[in-house]
Design a protein around this ligand. Structure first.
Ligand code: FMN
Length: 128
């Protein structure tokens, strides 16, 4: 499993210290949980019902599925990190529920690429 924490993430240092994480696939009625975990608040688990996986990571109640991971590789990537987790255990918890999806709020076409094999000066400057 891969995820890409921003350097300003308040959750990433905690995950890094723990050396493990569990991906919780939220169910479509759990939009409130999605909002809670996407906010920069102190204890995101306060008052929530959850259990600990065999590896000691939180598994929330009523989620569709969970994927328990151990931190494997961390790459620096500009203002983000690329984090790879090794999957230890996973399961479907609520097959009767549809997973919650986050839809982009805005989509724009990518400008047509007119040449092959060349970068514009701006792009090659950025790459350096
Ligand atoms: C479209 C979109 C993309 C996002 N991409 C990232 C991302 O790549 N990495 C990240 O750490 N946060 C990303 N966020 C912000 C997280 O959803 C979340 O708000 C933030 O990580 C929560 O704070 P915390 O990391 O301090 O717990 C994104 C938010 C939106 C709306």
């Amino acid at each position: 499993m891969a995820f890409f924490p921003d350097r300003s993430s308040t959750s990433w240092p905690r995950i890094e210290r723990a050396g493990k994480f569990c991906v919780n696939v939220l169910a479509s009625p759990q939009q409130n949980l999605c909002r809670r975990f996407s906010a920069k608040v102190g204890d995101k688990f306060a008052g929530l019902e959850y259990r600990l996986s065999n590896n000691g990571s939180p598994v929330l109640d009523d989620i569709v599925a969970w994927i328990d991971c151990a931190l494997d590789v961390v790459h620096e990537a500009g203002d983000h990190f690329i984090v790879l987790g090794r999957v230890i255990e996973l399961d479907i918890a609520r097959a009767d529920q549809a997973p919650l999806r986050v839809m982009p709020v805005d989509v724009r076409p990518i400008p047509r690429i007119r040449r092959r094999g060349r970068c514009s000066p701006t792009l090659s400057h950025r790459a350096n």
